[in-house]
Each structure stands twice: as structure tokens, then as C-alpha cells.
Write a protein that binds this ligand. Structure first.
Ligand code: ABC
Ligand code: CA
Length: 493
């Protein structure tokens, strides 16, 4: 599938080892042990209803390759510590299970996104500090399909460096668990990786790939790799800098995770005194992207949580109003929304590895407030796309509000009202000002979250200017009532 196809989708990101076990067995899972808890590809197949019923039509799973077993930081249950790209991780199931997952998704018209790691492997050191140039002894022959030291960059750690050459050619990890950096300067290595991604995508019927550590490989490596994949490629570039993130957009990969917006969103809604300004003033990534080939679609992915960041409520504590506002801005703003499994269950784990809880411990309960919230947000987004195809290509714009804890985002046909006042009932609720001229006087709008009507003022003087008072710190997602059908299409019948 292309970027265009993906742009309409909502992605559910899961950690394969933590999402669902085969046969619904309920094993304990202590995240601090950094070991396998028993999730499998078959487990995912058995819980596709759960994912689909929330309105998701794509699933991003953990990297599938065989990983290092026992390391100083536990086992490779997350999948990012490859040892053999040509073998599957046996903890997640058999080859036939992964193929069955792909088939089961496609039978529901859902997409499969594979996570691919080609920047590095994991190498368990057998001896440290041999010489400054050879920091440790590694069994390179066990890192397949490469297998020789020349296939990797010389030993050096990235550490805290921001130097682009160091980021690209030194190693992630540390002395306890070095991540041998693949020599992507070598044409033979590059050819092997391009052939590998082509084969992997076709073998497992992937509709798109999430590419790990994009900023750690030279920029001009990526176009051929993405072309070999032949499907939409969404890159991870972990940065707070929009200009840096955007420089990869189109030029290296089709889409990037909007990490800058993630940081701004956490700043804005992470507390009731959060600063809302960066979120409103930061330029959007597509606007900063280098000019791409005519007609080429570039995409960003919006998210509030992932496997590398503390879960949102671990910043916002238990204030569900803040969480709901932050989630709303992700789903109905710019970019393809990505929800990290467990957010819908209100999971609150902190930094890695605490943020990788087992979902089976929640019982996959669907009558939870955040499950309903996610459902409503996916439905709102689908309605907006159906009613206005330009929704996907029109950039959202912030409408300045005088109240310091109120935000208003316009992305037709949706007008989103956000606040970081929080759930505390004694807080004075902010008022949003819908400017005159936006809607005809007397238009009825419906908040798709509470299914409540808001009527635009008819008064001569105001010309449709309307004040809306927040309730309980909750966000509102407004569309004209005329867009809703009586039958109900998921969004407020
Ligand atoms: C394990 C343990 C951790 C332990 C660590 C030393 O070892 O679990 O508890 O602290 C995988 C595993 C991890 C594992 C790592 C290392 O490997 O999932 O559990 O950590 O062995 C990708 C994947 C990620 C994966 C890897 C490595 C790469 O999504 O899951 O991790 O295979 C860098 C990379 C980025 C990478 C990330 C983990 O590390 O660029 O691709 N993600 C700054 C740098 C970033 C850097 C980040 C690390 O620090 O600019 O390049 O990301 O945290 C500030 C933040 C900064 C931040 C800046 C931009 O903003 O405080 O951290 O970024 O505000
Ligand atoms: Ca590298």
C-alpha cells in the first residue's frame, strides 16, 4: 500500500510479546525483568476484534527477526536486538503463524505494518576493553546473514554525540550491550539489505514498514531501501527539532513520526500548568519538508505514547481530562494517528521497560472510558475524511484564544476545542470563542465526544460568534449536525 492508502488509516501499535498470548493463557508479566511474557502472533489473530472494534484498520507489530537471548539488559522480547535477519523470533511463533496473521488482517481489510531494524544488531560481548579501537570481543560470525567484522563499522559508541557522522557510523548501546553498527557504507552490505527487505515484505504480505533508527544511517541509503520494500515506509527519527525531522520526509522515507509534536503535546497537556504555546506556533513537518517529486505524498504519524517513551498518564498522573485532550489532539489533528496498545486501558507505566505492560492483565475490557474515547475519535476522523476528502491534505490551523488554558484547532469539517484546565471540578472552566463568520448563525454543531449539541449564535451583532464553556475540563470535537446520519455511522447517531 502507498502513502496515499495509509493516510486514511489509524494504526494500533502493539508489542508482540505483551499484547496477547496463544490460547488466552494469563501469565504474570513483571516488566522490570525485561524478559519474554508470552505474547505471540497467534494471540494477535485471536484479538483482532478488540482492535478493529475501536476503529483501527492497521496494526504495527514488533520486529520479527531472531533476537539475542541473555544480555546485561535482559532478553530481546521487544525485537530490536537482531542476531539473524533470516530467522524469525521463535518466541513469537512459527513462520505459518505470522503468515496467518497477515492473512487474517487482510481478510478484515486491515493493514500489516512490519517494524524493521537494519542499523544494528545486538552483540553480547565476551571481553571488554582490549584496546581503544577494539572495545570488546564479539562473535561477529553469529550475526547473520553478515558474519564478519568488516560488515560492521569500527567500534565506537555514539554516547551523547550530535555529530551526524558519529550518529551514523558509531554504535548505539553501551559496553554492557553493544549494538554492532551495520556497515551501510559497503555496497555488498547494502545490496544484501535491499534484497532482504524486498523478500520480507513479499513473504509476509506487509502493507507498510516502520523503519527503526532512520537518523543513524546515511540519508542516501534510504531511497533504494524504501524502493526495494515497495510499500509505504514510516521512519523513526527521534528528535525535538522539526527542521531536522522534516529533512528526512520524502527525501529519505515516505513518512516520519512527528516526534517534535509529541514533545509539544506532552508539554501542553502533561499538567494543568502546561505551556500551550509551542504546540500552536511550531511549523508543521510537511511544510518544512524538502520539495519532493510532483504528486508524491508525504505523511506524518501522530502519537502520544510508544514503546520508548513513558506512558502519558505517568506525566499527567490520573487526570483523565488531560489524557483525553491530548489524545484528541493526536487523532483529529494533522497526521495519521497511532495508538500504543494499553493506552485505551489507562495503563500508566513509566520509562522503558515499565511502559511495556502485558495487555492480557487488563482482560481486554471494552467498557472503559478511554476505549470509548478512542472509538469516538476514530469515528470522528473517518467521518471527516468521508465528508471532506481535503481533510487529509488540509493543514489544521490554530485559532487564537484569549483564555490561557484554551486551544482551538480548525481542520474542516472538524473544529476541536481543547483545554488543559484538568478534571478538577473546582477549577474555573475556560470559555472558547468561535469567531464570527465561521458558521452561519443558528447552525447546530454536535460534539462527537459527548454527543451534545452546540448552537451557533443567531444574534445580529455577533454574526455567528459563539462562546462555548468547557465542562469538566473535557475536549469537544464539533461538526455540523447536518453531517450526521440518522442511522449513525459510528459517530453520534
Ligand atoms: C535498554 C533498556 C533501557 C536502558 C537501555 C540502556 O537499554 O531497556 O532501560 O536504558 C531497544 C529496546 C530498548 C533498549 C535499547 C538499547 O534497545 O527497545 O529497551 O533499552 O539496547 C529505537 C527503538 C527502540 C530500540 C532501539 C535500539 C532503537 O524504537 O525501541 O531500543 O534498537 C535513540 C535512537 C532511537 C532509539 C532510541 C531508543 O535511542 O535515536 O532510534 N529507538 C536522545 C537522542 C536520541 C535517542 C534518545 C534515547 O536520546 O537524541 O537519538 O534515541 O533516549 C530529549 C530526550 C532525549 C531525546 C531528545 C531528542 O529529547 O530526553 O532522550 O533523544 O528531551
Ligand atoms: Ca549506523
Amino acid at each position: 500500500a502507498s502513502a496515499d492508502d495509509w493516510s486514511k488509516r489509524s494504526i494500533y501499535q502493539l508489542v508482540t510479546d505483551r499484547f496477547a498470548t496463544s490460547n488466552n493463557s494469563v501469565a504474570p508479566c513483571d516488566t522490570s525483568l525485561r524478559t519474554y511474557c508470552g505474547g505471540s502472533w497467534t494471540g494477535i489473530i485471536d484479538h483482532l476484534d478488540y482492535i478493529q472494534q475501536m476503529g483501527f484498520d492497521a496494526v504495527w507489530i514488533s520486529p520479527i527477526a531472531q533476537n539475542a537471548e541473555d544480555t546485561a539488559y535482559g532478553k530481546g522480547y521487544h525485537g530490536y536486538w537482531s542476531t539473524n535477519l533470516d530467522a524469525l523470533n521463535p518466541h513469537f511463533g512459527a513462520d505459518s503463524d505470522l503468515k496467518a496473521l497477515s492473512k487474517a488482517l487482510h481478510a478484515r481489510a486491515m493493514y500489516l505494518m512490519l517494524d524493521v531494524v537494519v542499523n544494528h544488531y545486538a552483540g553480547v560481548p565476551t571481553n571488554t576493553t582490549i584496546s581503544p579501537a577494539n572495545l570488546f570481543t564479539l562473535d561477529y560470525s553469529s550475526l547473520l546473514p553478515f558474519g564478519t567484522q568488516d560488515d560492521f563499522h569500527p567500534q565506537c559508541f555514539i554516547g551523547n554525540s550530535n555529530d551526524q557522522a558519529v550518529l551514523e557510523q558509531c554504535w548505539l548501546g553501551d559496553e554492557n550491550l553493544p549494538l554492532p553498527d551495520v556497515n551501510t557504507e559497503d555496497p555488498g552490505v547494502v545490496a544484501t539489505l535491499n534484497a532482504w527487505i524486498k523478500k520480507t515484505v513479499s513473504e509476509y504480505g506487509a502493507d507498510g514498514i516502520r523503519i527503526d533508527t532512520v537518523k543513524h544511517i546515511r540519508r542516501n541509503f534510504w531511497p533504494d531501501f524504501v524502493k526495494s520494500a515497495g510499500v509505504f515506509a514510516l521512519g523513526e527519527i527521534l528528535t525535538t527539532d522539526p527542521v531536522y525531522a522534516a529533512s528526512y520526509l520524502g527525501a529519505a522515507v515516505d513518512g516520519v513520526f512527528d516526534y517534535p509534536k509529541y514533545y509539544q503535546t506532552v508539554t501542553a497537556f502533561g499538567s494543568t500548568s502546561g505551556n500551550l504555546s509551542a504546540l500552536q506556533t511550531s511549523p508543521s513537518l510537511p511544510a518544512l519538508a524538502p520539495p519532493s517529486a510532483p504528486g508524491r505524498r508525504v505523511l506524518t504519524a501522530a502519537f502520544l505514547e510508544n514503546h520508548d517513551q513513558p506512558r502519558f498518564p505517568s506525566y499527567a498522573s490520573t487526570d483523565t481530562a488531560l489524557t483525553k485532550n491530548a489524545m484528541t489532539s493526536v487523532f483529529v489533528g494533522d497526521g495519521m494517528p497511532v495508538l500504543y496498545y494499553g493506552q485505551e486501558q489507562g495503563y500508566q507505566g513509566g520509562a522503558d521497560p515499565g511502559n511495556r505492560e502485558a495487555l492480557w492483565l487488563s482482560g481486554y475490557e471494552t467498557n472503559k472510558p478511554l476505549v470509548a474515547h478512542v472509538k469516538a475519535l476514530n469515528a470522528a476522523r473517518k467521518l471527516a475524511i468521508a465528508k471532506n476528502p481535503a481533510f487529509l491534505t488540509t493543514q489544521a490551523s490554530w485559532i487564537q484564544q484569549s483564555n490561557p488554558s484554551a486551544l482551538m484547532l480548525s481542520k474542516p469539517p472538524i473544529l476541536t476545542l481543547l483545554t488543559n484546565i484538568g478534571a478538577n471540578t473546582s477549577a474555573v472552566q475556560p470559555t472558547w470563542h468561535i469567531p464570527a463568520g465561521m458558521y452561519k448563525p443558528n447552525t447546530t454543531l454536535v460534539d462527537l465526544l459527548a454527543c451534545q449539541a452546540v448552537v451557533v449564535d443567531g444574534g445580529e451583532a455577533g454574526g455567528g460568534a459563539t462562546e462555548v464553556r468547557a465542562q469538566g475540563g473535557m475536549p469537544q470535537v464539533l461538526v455540523p449536525a447536518s453531517m450526521l446520519s440518522r442511522k449513525g455511522d459510528g459517530a453520534c447517531p
